[in-house]
Design a protein around this ligand. Structure first.
Ligand code: SF4
Length: 455
């Protein structure tokens, strides 16, 4: 029976079918905070999922007296196996290394975020596996960020902010670092005072963008239901009662709010969004920020001029026909018209989400764009992340913008997921009667490398 240390590469012991159990010795690990799960133990769970290696063939040998809780949490997040990994507790000291450094983020002092399902998170990149609460269970006012602030003040990394820690561990700029710059004025605030709001009232959306999910688009949720007979998200419209509770929270804090952020579903087609704007008593002291696909620009000329400042991150992923395919439901000419109309009342920036679907066409966007352009680099869903492209295809990309995150992902090899990417594209083309496949330089490569054997 092979015995390895936690952190060693388990894939070399993986065979199909498995013939022996692997014992993994775990005598110490790094932790984001005192209640977190070990990072190497978590990586092991991710590797097991990636390799599709059954838990039955893995056993943890450890001195960690908290192992049962950690394994149970990691099992819930990373696996569909019937139960957590088996373990054996042995005598000895466990080296629990807890992070101690700069982890302070201004957002838990000034902000709360409610996602379209009613989960309250530290911000829009907060950890859904570690929510602050649910507005279905408690008023937003009562859902506190206090424990997050306390951990940050102690130099630990709260689990609620998982994605920022992993981003920083990769040497990249995290949302925390960006937020600390953007909200610099409030960095010395010592208790919670609401300054910035980010409330997404539903997943109601007019489009079905390829890289999105039912979580943020009810039309995609309906498609998932049709295709798979089930979806996690159907029409995620919060009940009027829950919307009212949020409006109360806004009403109670309206005197301190200086900016409100609206994003998807698509905010400009959501009646509650206008209702919230009506609640803001002194619009000249409040800035609005939007992520919008600008599919509808009705009423913006009536509302936006009342506010101090309006900024719009306009979503688009490619120019012309491919743009229509990727943000399915878009009519390109109408969209360009809406963009120019919106630019009369708001400061516009254009935000393409970079994925395998448009990485070969970014130069066309830059040539077309007359507004400041900021790329979002997609990492989820993983099968659309540029890291899945096989090396040969990566080398054929003629133009790569000077974006460190993008460049870094192009150096990661997740090409084992590429067959899944192709299945996804083919399926989407079939059900939407589109032709993305021919707009991408995959076809001959895919036929040569993959199609012969079947995806
Ligand atoms: S640390 Fe990151 S996840 Fe946490 S509140 Fe700040 S930006 Fe959001």
């Amino acid at each position: 029976m092979p015995k390895i240390a936690l952190g060693d590469d388990i894939s070399q012991y993986h065979s199909d079918p498995m013939t022996q159990t692997i014992e993994i010795e775990c005598f110490g690990d790094d932790y984001d905070n005192v209640n977190a799960t070990g990072l190497a133990l978590e990586q092991l769970h991710k590797d097991l999922a990636r390799l599709d290696l059954p838990y039955f063939f893995v056993k943890i040998i450890t001195t960690n007296t908290d192992i049962e809780r950690e394994l149970s949490l990691l099992h819930k997040i990373h696996s569909t196996e019937p139960g957590p990994l088996e373990y054996e507790l042995v005598d000895g000291v466990y080296d629990k290394r807890i992070y101690n450094g700069d982890s302070k983020c201004v957002l838990p002092w000034i902000h709360k975020y409610v996602n379209p399902q009613g989960l309250v998170l530290t911000c829009c990149v907060g950890n859904e596996n570690s929510p602050l609460g649910r507005i279905q269970d408690k008023n937003l006012e009562e859902i506190s960020t206090k424990h997050v602030r306390q951990q940050m003040e102690a130099g630990q990394r709260p689990s609620e902010c998982y994605s920022c820690w992993r981003t920083e561990d990769l040497g990249l700029t995290s949302s925390r670092q960006t937020a600390n710059q953007s909200f610099n004025d409030y960095n010395s605030q010592t208790s919670f005072v609401l300054r910035h709001l980010d409330i997404r009232l539903s997943n109601k959306c007019n489009l079905m963008c390829r890289m999105c999910s039912g979580k943020f688009s009810n039309r995609i949720a309906q498609e998932e239901q049709k295709l798979y007979g089930t979806t996690k998200y159907k029409d995620e419209v919060l009940s009027p009662n829950l919307v009212d509770k949020q409006l109360d929270f806004i009403r109670n804090n309206v005197s301190t709010i200086s900016s409100v952020y609206f994003a998807g579903g698509e905010p400009l087609i959501n009646p509650t969004h206008w209702h919230i704007l009506d609640k803001i008593k002194d619009p000249k002291s409040v800035s609005l920020q939007y992520n919008s696909n600008l599919g509808s620009v009705k009423k913006i000329d009536e509302y936006w001029p009342r506010f101090k400042k309006v900024e719009v991150n306009a979503s688009m992923d490619s120019v012309g026909k491919l743009g229509e395919y990727l943000r399915y439901g878009t009519k390109w000419e109408k969209w360009e018209e809406n963009l120019h109309f919106a630019s009369k009342f708001a400061k516009i920036s254009v935000n393409p989400t970079v994925s395998v679907l448009n990485i070969f066409h970014l130069k066309e966007i830059e040539d077309w764009c007359k507004f400041p352009l900021y790329y979002n680099i997609l990492t989820d869903p993983q099968h659309l992340c540029v890291s899945v492209l096989p090396n040969e295809l990566k080398k054929s990309i003629k133009y790569v913008p000077d974006n460190p995150h993008l460049k870094q992902l192009l150096n990661v090899d997740n090409s084992w997921l590429f067959p899944h990417t192709m299945s996804f594209i083919l399926l989407q083309d079939k059900i939407k009667n589109t032709n993305i496949w021919d707009s991408l330089p995959f076809t001959s490569y895919a036929i040569q490398e993959y199609m012969k054997e079947g995806i």
